[in-house]
Write a protein that binds this ligand. Structure first.
Ligand SMILES: [Zn+2]
Ligand SMILES: [Zn+2]
Length: 53
């Protein structure tokens, strides 16, 4: 799975946060601009976490 590029500078975004449940990246950051992308929420994973609790 490829990361998106920063809309501002075109730099490849780095993973800022992974999903606690499936370990896939859900949030990316551009270290040049200091921008953090919108979080991609995994509703299925959230439901799994609720079931575990
Ligand atoms: Zn950037
Ligand atoms: Zn997930």
């Amino acid at each position: 799975m490829r990361n998106d590029s920063c809309r501002k500078c075109g730099n490849e975004l780095e993973i800022n946060q992974n999903c606690e449940s499936c370990s896939e990246p859900i949030e990316f950051a551009c270290h040049i601009c200091g921008i953090i992308t919108e979080k991609q929420i995994h509703f299925e994973c959230i439901n799994k976490q609720v079931l575990v609790i």
